[in-house]
Design a protein around this ligand. Structure first.
Ligand SMILES: *Cc1c(COP(=O)(O)O)cnc(C)c1O
Length: 456
C-alpha cells in the first residue's frame, strides 16, 4: 500500500513514513492509494482492528506485530467489549467509546498509534520528540499512548489555569521519564503558536526530530474505522451513526467504513454552536465564522481539517483541483462546491444538526430521566441530533467522552455528579509533574532541547 497527498504535490510514501510525517510536504493530507474492503468479523475487538488495518500497513508492519500492538492497545480498556453498545429507546443506541485510559474516544486511536510509533522507530533505530498543544482531551490521550515508548519523548503545552482539573491531572500525573508537561503562562492560542514556531525552526526540528500526533495523522483515522464496523455488526441490518464532530476525523472514519462495505445508511453530523459543518450539509454553505466556547469544548472548531480527505474524493482524487479549491477557501472564507457534486457526495450520505448549549443540557436531563444513564455534553449533542434526524433505521450515537470528564455540565442538567472510574479514583491525590514557563519561544525551545533524547 502506498499513500498519496490530497494536494498532489508531495512524494508518495509508505505507511511508516506517513505515520511519522503527519502532514504532507505540500500541506496536504495523506490518503491510501486505494480503499480496502472491510474483512469479515473476527472474534474480538483487537482481532477486528488488526484485520481492518492490515491492508493499510502492508509492507511496513508485519501481521504478527500488528496483532500484538492491537491486543496490547485494547487491553488498556476497562470494558471487555472495548466499545460496548447500549439501547436508550426509540430506536436509539449509544456506542461507548470512553472506556480507555483517558476517558475519551481519542484513546481508541492513540493507544494504537503510540505503539506503532515505537515499532517503526525501533525498526529504524531512531528517536522522535513529539510536541503538541492541547486545550484538554488530546494531550492526555497522546501522553497515555506513548508513556511506555522507549523511542519517543513527548512534551505537551497547555494554557495554565485554563483546562479543567481532571484534564490537567490526567496529563501531569503520568510518572514516566519520557513525558513532560509545560504549563504555559498564556492562552491555548499561545500554546499553538509556540508549537508552530518550534516546527518552523529547522535546527530545532532536525536536532530533536520533532514529530506530531494531531488529528490529521492518517493512522488515527485508520484506527477509528474499526468501531464503526463493530457497531454495525452488533445491530445486524442497516444503521445510521450520529457523530459529535469537531475536526471531522471521526466522521471521516465512518465515511470510510461506509465506502468500504459497512451497512451504514447515513452519517449524522452533530455540531454545537460552532456549526460550519451542519450549515454545509443543510444549506450547502461552508463559510467560516469565529469560534465560540460551548459546553462541548472538544467540538469548538471552525475549520474541520480532515474534511480535506473527503473533498479529495469528491474531486475524483484530483490533487490540483483540491489545492486550488482550498486556496480560494483560505482567502475568501467560503468553500465552493458544484451542485451536482454536492448532490452526489453529500445529500445521500450525510445529515446534520446544530445543538445549542441549552438543548445539550436538556438532552443530558432527558437521557437521565429515561434510562438512568449519565452522558457527557459531547455525547448529548450526538443524541439530540440523532432524535432530530432519525429516519427508518436505528441510530447509533458515538459516546465520545465519559461523563466524569465534564462533571459540571452533567451535574447542572441532572443534579448528579458523575464519579471517576475506579482506576482514576485517586487522580486528585496523585503527584503532579509540571514545568511552568512563560509564553516565550526561547524558553520553551530550550526546555525541549534539554529533555529530548533524540537531540543526544
Ligand atoms: C476530539 C473530540 C471530539 C471531536 O472529534 P473529531 O474527530 O475532531 O471530529 C468529540 N468529542 C470529544 C469528547 C472529543 O475529545
Amino acid at each position: 500500500m502506498h499513500y498519496i497527498s490530497t494536494r498532489g504535490g508531495a512524494p508518495d510514501l509508505g505507511f511508516a513514513d506517513v505515520l511519522l510525517a503527519g502532514l504532507a510536504r505540500d500541506g496536504g493530507l495523506y490518503v491510501p492509494s486505494e480503499w480496502a474492503p472491510l474483512p469479515p468479523r473476527g472474534s474480538s475487538y483487537a482481532e477486528d482492528a488488526a484485520a481492518i488495518m492490515r491492508p493499510y500497513v502492508a509492507g511496513d508492519i508485519d501481521d504478527e506485530t500488528l496483532r500484538s500492538v492491537c491486543v496490547d492497545a485494547y487491553e488498556t480498556f476497562r470494558h471487555p467489549d472495548v466499545t460496548p453498545i447500549v439501547e436508550i429507546g426509540d430506536g436509539l443506541w449509544v456506542q461507548e467509546l470512553f472506556h480507555g485510559p483517558t476517558l475519551a474516544f481519542k484513546d481508541l486511536a492513540l493507544q494504537v498509534v503510540g505503539r506503532l510509533f515505537d515499532v517503526v522507530l525501533s525498526q529504524r533505530n531512531e528517536r522522535v520528540t513529539i510536541v503538541g498543544a492541547t486545550s484538554g482531551d488530546t494531550g492526555s490521550a497522546a501522553i497515555d499512548g506513548v508513556r511506555n515508548c522507549d523511542n519517543v519523548d513527548i512534551i505537551i503545552l497547555y494554557p495554565a489555569g485554563r483546562t479543567s482539573e481532571v484534564q490537567r491531572r490526567q496529563m501531569t500525573t503520568i510518572d514516566s521519564p519520557n513525558v513532560h508537561t509545560i504549563a504555559v503562562n498564556g492562552t491555548f492560542d499561545d500554546c499553538q503558536d509556540l508549537v508552530k514556531a518550534m516546527f518552523a525552526d529547522e535546527s530545532l526540528r532536525d536536532d530533536c526530530n520533532l514529530s506530531a500526533v494531531n488529528s490529521i495523522n492518517w493512522a488515527r483515522v485508520m484506527a477509528q474505522i474499526v468501531y464503526y464496523a463493530v457497531g454495525t455488526q452488533h445491530l445486524g441490518g442497516k444503521v445510521d451513526f450520529s457523530v459529535p464532530t469537531g475536526n471531522f476525523g471521526n466522521v471521516l472514519a465512518g465515511w470510510i467504513a461506509r465506502h468500504t462495505g459497512a451497512p451504514i445508511e447515513r452519517l449524522i453530523i452533530a455540531s454545537n454552536e460552532n456549526d460550519i459543518l451542519s450549515r454545509f450539509v443543510n444549506d450547502h454553505d461552508m463559510s467560516t465564522a469565529s469560534v465560540v466556547p460551548t459546553l462541548s469544548p472538544s467540538m469548538d472548531i471552525q475549520v474541520s481539517s480532515n474534511f480535506e480527505r473527503l473533498l479529495f474524493e469528491m474531486n475524483a482524487r484530483d490533487g490540483g483541483v483540491t489545492a486550488q479549491q482550498l486556496n480560494r477557501f483560505r482567502s475568501s472564507g467560503k468553500l465552493i462546491i458544484e451542485d451536482d457534486v454536492f448532490e452526489q457526495w453529500i445529500s445521500p450520505t450525510f445529515a446534520a444538526s446544530r445543538v445549542s448549549d441549552d438543548d445539550t443540557l436538556r438532552e443530558i436531563g432527558q437521557v437521565y430521566r429515561d434510562t438512568g444513564m449519565l452522558v457527557d455534553p459531547h455525547t448529548a449533542t450526538g443524541i439530540a441530533a440523532a432524535r432530530r434526524c432519525r429516519a427508518e433505521v436505528p441510530v447509533i450515537t458515538l459516546a465520545t467522552a465519559h461523563p466524569a470528564k465534564f462533571p459540571d455540565a452533567v451535574a447542572k442538567a441532572t443534579g448528579v455528579r458523575p464519579e471517576l472510574p475506579a482506576q482514576l479514583a485517586d487522580l486528585m491525590e496523585r503527584t503532579e509533574r509540571i514545568h511552568d514557563l512563560p509564553a516565550d519561544l526561547a524558553a520553551v525551545s530550550s526546555f525541549v532541547r534539554s529533555v529530548s533524547r533524540a537531540a543526544g
